[in-house]
Each structure stands twice: as C-alpha cells, then as structure tokens.
Design a protein around this ligand. Structure first.
Ligand code: PLP
Length: 389
C-alpha cells in the first residue's frame, strides 16, 4: 500500500471533522433499547478508536479483518487459543524468545506439542509436518539472526495438510511484506516495534485472511479480553501514518551499517537479508519488496559474553535496551536479554552465539550510526589490550 493510501486511509471524524482520530475513552455505550445501539455496546467487544486501527491494519496487510491486542504476545496467544490438546505446531527454530516461552511453558502443558524446525529450507518443513500439525508458525525475517523463509512455498505445504500458516511479520512490517498475499492465513505484528515506531507503547495485532478466521479471532478477543486501550490505539494509528517513511529510512541505515560491519576486522559474521551472501537473499528480495528491515545482527571474533558486554555499553547513539523498530537506534545482547529464556544449547543451535549483538537502526543519519559503532569497536579493542597487560 502506498504512503498516500496509508495516510488517507486514516479517516477524519465524521461527527466533528476532526482531522485526527478521536480517543473514545469510554467503557460503555448508551443503547436506544436493549440490544439497539450504534454499533458499539461495551469497550472490550469494540471501541471506535480501536475499530479505526483494526480496519487500517487489515487494509495494510490486504486481509479480511484486523484485531488489536494489548501486546504482541497477547495477539500470538489469541491465535494459539484455537488449538486443542493433541494438536502440533511446527515452528521456526529461531523464534522470538517470548513466543518460545509461551509455546513451551504454557501450551505444551495443555497437551499441545511444538516442533522447532529450520524453516529456511523448505524441505525441512515438508518432512516435519504430520497429520497432527495444525499450525505452521514462522517469522520472516527472524529475530535475531534474520533468517528468511519462503512464505509462498510454506503456505502450499500448509494447505496440502489442512494446517494454517501464521506469519509473524513484525520484522518486515507491512511496508516490506504482506504474507496474506503470499498464502498465509494469519499475520501477527508486535505493534510495539515498527508499527508504533516510537518506543512509547506495547501493542499486538492479528490480521486474518477470511471471514471464518475473523470470526474465530473476534470471538477469542472478546472472550479472553486482552484488548488494546483507546489511547494506545490512537498512538498506534499515529505511528502508522509515518510507517512508510520511517521503515524505508531504517532499511537504508541498516544496509549501510551491515556493509560497514561486514568489512570490520573485529566482526566474525553479519546477519542481514540485504547482504548478497545471506542464505535466502533472493527470496527476501522477492517477498520483501526489496526492503530488508532495520535490524542487523553480528558476532564478534572474540566470541564471549564479556566482549559483547563491553561493546553494548560503549555506544552513544545505539541505546542498550530490549525492543526494536523505534526512531531511536537500539542495541541488545540477545543471550542475556531478549533470548535469555531459551536454553544456551538451543540458542547455539539457532545460531545465536555468545557474542551475538542485535542492532535496531533508527532514523538518525547513517554516518553518525557508523561512527558510533566504529568508536565502540575501538573502545573494546583498547580494553582488550589493557586486559592483556
Ligand atoms: C517483540 C516481538 C513479539 C512480542 O511482542 P510484544 O509486543 O513485546 O508482546 C513477537 N514477535 C516478534 C518478532 C517480536 O519482535
């Protein structure tokens, strides 16, 4: 969807002409007679500010309907609640840490098993599905090693066994990638990241492919109640108005940063789908509209947590914090932060080395970001020299 269409899909208020979306801070709506209302009855079930956001996100993802939740994990949870005991999930191995925790420590207890697979190779997916597989769950690109999976190819496997394909599209954002167009049944976003875009809220979104799936999510959203409040809906809508501009700038910065890291002597490997050496660069180019995202990860030649600790505390503009996608650049050390809930052995299997550092490029000038990283490398190298003495 073009920037023009996004901006003009945000409606002005039909009652007053207010150009921005009003925040309907209300819990209930007066009815003319029992059951006779203006489309809204109680704010858990629906709210006009939330409805604007939900309709907007459905449009952004070319889906049937959108649903706003209190966090990304609440959105993921709403999709998982369609499963029953005995069902299986086939999930990408480099999955978001919080999703891993929810799958493994909440849903496995309820009799739902999860098989983690390297989905970057489509044959692995074809081999791992069983008659019990109900959901195929991928992120593309993944967090933090930026693995890319062939969404269209995997959607065909899902269809052939009657499973749903869920794509967590947080990293690509709707600007780069629209999984429903590629055959996905559900799209998830952590609205906390690019969509909100200012590191000032937590939110989650689900977009569905068709009416049947919309009814299921609508039911769960109302039954479980993890909805996004009107003020945060307003902020998310405001974020979406600049999403195209921000995301493109972040992609540009990230590519420049990735190229800088690739030639730096202290770096052992760089993960970025925009690099030609990336395993699925060609697929990424095709399914992500030539945009590769704002996140770049890399490992140090000195592959220790200590070296990573020194680096992540030596930058000025890249602030040390969890999360990503905001206008301000952030960095983190997944092994101790976002992915601490995944056992070390499993982390290593998924390519998350002890020194792996994840950068989320903001919208600053790229030269300032590169200088910031160069300075941090220098500090770390000096530190090593001192330690050696
Ligand atoms: C952050 C994130 C989530 C979880 O979203 P919250 O808003 O933090 O609950 C899910 N998936 C991915 C890929 C994420 O980056």
């Amino acid at each position: 969807m073009s920037a023009t269409k996004i901006i003009h899909s945000v409606p002005s208020d039909p009652l007053t002409g207010a150009i921005s979306v009003p925040v309907y801070q209300t819990s209930t709506f007066i009815q003319d007679a029992p059951g006779v209302n203006k489309g809204f009855d109680y704010a858990r079930s629906n709210n006009p500010t939330r409805k604007v956001l939900e309709d907007l996100v459905a449009k952004l993802e070319n889906g049937h309907a959108g649903f706003a939740f209190s966090t990304g994990l609440a959105a993921i949870d709403a999709v998982l609640k369609q499963l029953s005991s005995g069902d299986e999930i086939l999930a990408v191995d480099d999955i978001y840490g919080g999703a891993y925790r929810l799958f493994t420590h909440v849903y496995e207890k309820l009799g739902i098993s999860v098989n983690y697979v390297d989905t970057t190779d489509i044959d692995n997916v074809a081999q791992a599905v069983t008659s019990k597989t109900k959901l195929i769950w991928i992120e593309s690109p993944t967090n933090p090693t930026l693995k890319v999976s062939d969404i269209e190819g995997i959607s065909k496997i899902a269809k052939s066994i009657g499973a749903y394909l869920v794509v967590d599209n947080t990293f690509a954002s709707p600007i780069a990638q629209n999984p429903i167009d590629l055959g996905a049944d559900f799209v998830i976003h952590s609205g906390t990241k690019y969509i909100g875009g200012h590191s000032d809220l937590v939110a989650g979104l689900v977009v569905t492919k068709n009416q049947e799936l919309s009814e299921k999510i609508k039911f769960i959203q109302n039954a479980s109640g993890g909805v996004l409040g009107p003020w945060d809906c307003f902020l998310t809508i405001r974020g979406i108005e600049t999403l195209d501009l921000r995301y493109r700038k972040q992609c540009e910065n990230a590519l420049k940063v990735a190229l800088f890291l690739e030639q730096h002597e202290a770096v052992s490997e760089v993960f970025y789908p925009g690099l030609e050496g990336h395993k699925n660069h060609e697929i990424a180019k095709k399914q992500q509209n030539g945009l590769f995202g704002g996140v770049v990860s890399f490992s140090l030649k000195t592959d220790t947590q200590d070296a990573a600790n020194e680096f992540v505390t030596s930058t000025e503009y890249f602030k040390l914090a969890e999360s990503l996608g905001g206008v301000k650049s952030l960095l983190c050390h997944p092994a101790q932060m976002t992915h601490a809930s995944i056992p070390r052995e499993k982390r290593l299997q998924a390519g998350i080395k002890d020194s792996l550092i994840r950068l989320s490029c903001g919208i600053e000038e790229y030269q300032d970001l590169i200088n910031d990283l160069a300075n941090a490398f220098e500090k770390v190298q000096q530190g090593e020299f001192v330690n050696a003495i």
